[in-house]
Ligand binder design. Structure first.
Ligand SMILES: Nc1ncnc2c1ncn2[C@@H]1O[C@H](COP(=O)(O)OP(=O)(O)O)[C@@H](O)[C@H]1O
Ligand SMILES: [Mg+2]
Length: 432
């Protein structure tokens, strides 16, 4: 089977890497991919990243199954187009992708379906938004309705900041058109967990839980990024929490989406806050997370291609999904200036040495220039490895990171520390 992966980041490198090891897959293509993807797959150049551009490419290459990495093509309707032309693709249709594409759609859906989430109001009018602030205490959360590449959510400590944020949203100054409508919601406290399910539209299979590290600095300080690292360990949630999330979030979402005539097929990602009131959904994404995918797929122990093929054809097969017990860690190496104005073109060295220690280095913001590998984006690499214990996985991963260098490299040294705090450094093996 020939499989095409759409996208160009660390997540897509990890998907291609895992597919390459799938017995059911004979050839992996990535469009457009990156220099790391080129090591495990054939990278295809694209005329355009529109659904039509992807379709033309898939047809020309004789692709049997297409897997979509990022959200934008899904929200643009790439799945609808492929399906209408009889091509197999794994991901949600455009209407179902609204779960991520519109925060208002998502919050209203959760309200209708009875899925636990923060109390909210939504509006497309500045003065009613300001008036609605009176119904909340501080801090309060203001969210742009549309896709905003991780820049559409502002936690406002006081009324003045909230009003200024609303001004910026509605004027377009903050996130452009994405801020023309907003959600204002109650601030929740607790630990954040990423929980991803794989759905065929009727049933949903749980992947292992993971935790992202959003801020640029250690101890969750500084501005938010796309994610500076992640780890996956079965014990991030208890068996009871897992059961609750499956019943009240995953199954409930898939059942209600089907009942409403917009069945959800694809990866359903719930960003959860583990509050004192139980797990609550902060947001849905309609694809795998980045960098959670790098850690998750590193632990995966099954034929990923076969799993996705069956799900795309309409049936998830639980017996095709398996994970290793060992926890895994992905540490992101970011470029100078990130998450602000990023400097590019810095020469990267030491990837081979890092891989010799046993780690896998996923590329995100890299490119070849004059025969040398250089930085080309904010998040440059994702160094990934597992271990018998979380402590061992962390130590293994940082040992590999220390082999790599480029000017201005930024690294958080505390990826996975939350897990260690919870379980202590002498942790038992996951699942043990
Ligand atoms: N209701 C909330 N209470 C507390 N923090 C929140 C809330 N909603 C979002 N956040 C914080 O903001 C981050 C981004 O919000 P999210 O809804 O995931 O939007 P996006 O990923 O599209 O930027 C979350 O990871 C979380 O840290
Ligand atoms: Mg999020």
């Amino acid at each position: 089977m020939k499989v095409l992966v759409l996208g160009s980041g660390g997540r897509e490198h990890a998907i291609a890497w895992r597919l390459r090891q799938s017995p059911s897959v004979s050839q992996v293509y990535v469009a457009p991919g990156n220099p790391g993807c080129a090591g495990v797959a054939e990278c295809l150049t694209l005329d355009s990243t529109t659904p039509e551009g992807f379709l033309a490419l898939a047809r020309r290459t004789g692709i049997d199954l297409t897997v979509v990495g990022p959200e934008a093509p899904l929200v643009d309707g790439v799945v609808d187009l492929f399906v209408s032309k009889g091509l197999l693709i794994f991901g949600p249709a455009q209407t179902a992708a609204q779960l991520e594409g519109s925060k208002i759609f998502s919050k209203r859906f959760m309200e209708r379906a009875g899925i636990p989430t923060a109390r909210f109001i939504s509006t497309d009018d500045l003065s009613s938004a300001k008036e609605a602030l009176g119904q909340f205490t501080y801090p309060v959360v203001v969210k742009a309705d549309g896709l905003a590449a991780g820049k559409g959510v502002v936690i406002c400590p006081d009324r003045q900041t909230a009003e200024a944020t609303l001004d910026g949203m509605f004027s377009g100054a903050l996130v452009g058109a994405a801020g023309a409508k907003v959600v204002i919601e109650e601030y929740l406290t607790g630990e954040e967990v990423s929980f991803i399910g794989l759905s065929d539209g009727e049933r949903v299979l749980p992947l292992e839980p993971s935790q992202d590290h959003k801020t640029i600095n250690e101890n969750d300080e500084g501005p938010n990024t796309g994610g500076m690292g992640a780890y996956s360990d079965s014990r991030i949630i208890t068996a009871e929490q897992r059961e609750f999330i499956m019943r009240e979030v995953m199954d409930r979402t898939v059942q209600h989406m089907k009942a409403e005539g917009t069945p959800f097929k694809g990866f359903l990602y719930a960003g959860l806050m583990m509050t004192a009131r139980g797990p609550m959904v902060l947001e849905f994404n309609v694809r795998l997370g980045d960098p959670e995918t790098q850690a998750l797929l590193h632990r995966m122990d099954c034929d990923f291609g076969a799993l996705l093929y069956e799900a795309a054809r309409g049936q998830v097969r639980p017996e095709l999904l398996k994970f290793k017990a060992d926890p895994s860690v992905c540490v992101v190496l970011a470029a100078h200036g990130y998450p602000g104005k990023v400097r590019t073109g810095d020469a990267i060295s030491g990837i081979e040495q890092a891989e010799q220690t046993g780690a896998t280095v996923f590329h995100a913001g890299t490119k070849m220039a004059g025969g040398k590998l250089v930085t080309s984006g904010g998040r440059v690499l994702g160094v990934t490895r597992s271990g018998k214990t979380l402590q061992e996985a962390i130590d293994n991963t940082y040992r590999a990171c220390d082999q790599i260098s480029f000017d201005g490299m930024q690294i958080r040294r505390d990826i996975g520390r939350k897990g260690l705090k919870r379980w202590g450094p002498q942790t038992m093996k996951a699942g043990g």
